[in-house]
Design a binder for this molecule. Sequence first.
Ligand SMILES: [Fe+2]
Length: 299
Amino acid sequence: MGEDALEGNQPSLVPSAPLHDLAQRLIATGEGRLVSGLLAAVQHVHALVAETRPSADEMRAVIDFLTEVGHSADARRQEWVLLADVLGVSTLVEDMNAQRPLGATPNTVAGPFYRADVPETANGGSICRDGSGAPLRVTGRITDLAGAGLGPSLVEVWQANGAGVYENQEPDLQPEFNLRGRLVTDSLGRFSFHSVRPKGYRLPDDGPVGRVLTGLGLALERPAHLHFRVTAPGCQVLTTHVFDRSDPALARDAMFAVKPELLADITPDPDLAGAWRLNVTFVLAPLAGHTPQPTRGRI
Ligand SMILES: [Fe+2]
C-alpha cells in the first residue's frame, strides 16, 4: 500500500485533513488485510459524511441508533446480524463467497434458525412432530452438474410451521426439533419426507433495526420457504432456500435471498384432500479440483 492509496481507492474523494492523517498512520502500521480494510472503511465513512453533511443532532441520532443496536445483541439475539441482513450486506457477502458454476443450485444465507443438533429422520419419514398444519410431502434428489444422482448425501431441512414460526421461537408450544430434519438419501441421491406447508413470516421488529425500517414502511417480510443444507462427498456444501412461488411477498424478501432458480411450485396432493406436494432438485458443484463420482448413473 503506497502513498497514493487514497487517490487509488477513491479518486472522487478529496481527502480531508483527518482522513489524510489517519490514512498515513494506518499505512505506517504496516500492510495487511486489517489495515487495508480499515482504511477502506474510513474512506467510505468520510465520503458518506462529506456527501450527506449530517448536523450534530443527526450525528448524535446515528450514534444513539448504533448504541441501541449493540445493546440489543446478546446470546439469543444478534441485532447486528439483523442489521446486516436487512441492508442486504449478508446476502452480498454470501454471494461473493459462494459463487457456483452455471447450472448449480445457488447458495444463500442460512439465516438465524439453523440447528446442527437435529436427530436423524429416516428417509421417507416425517419431520412434523406435533401433527399440526396442512400436510406437505416433499420429494427431491441430489445431482451433480451433469444430472447424475449423488448418494448417499446428507440433507438437512428446517422450516417455519403453518403460522410462520420456528420451533425454537416458541419452545413452550412446539416440540423440540419440530419441522427440522436430517436425512440420508438413497444411493441415487433421492429423498422424501412428510412435513407441513410453511407460512412466511416477519423478521423481528421489536428492536432498533425493525423500528427504523418499519417506521419507513418496510415490513421485513420473508416469503414462505424451506431451508436446506446438502452435503455430498466431493462437492461444495450447498445451503439454500426453496421458496413458495405463489407467495406474493417474493419481491419483498427482507433478506434478499430470492433467486429465480429457487422458486418452486407447491401443488395440491391428488391423493389427499387439503394436502400439498413439493418436488425439488439440488444440483451440487464439485469441490475445486475434484470430480464427484456418481454412484449408479443418471436418475
Ligand atoms: Fe427461514
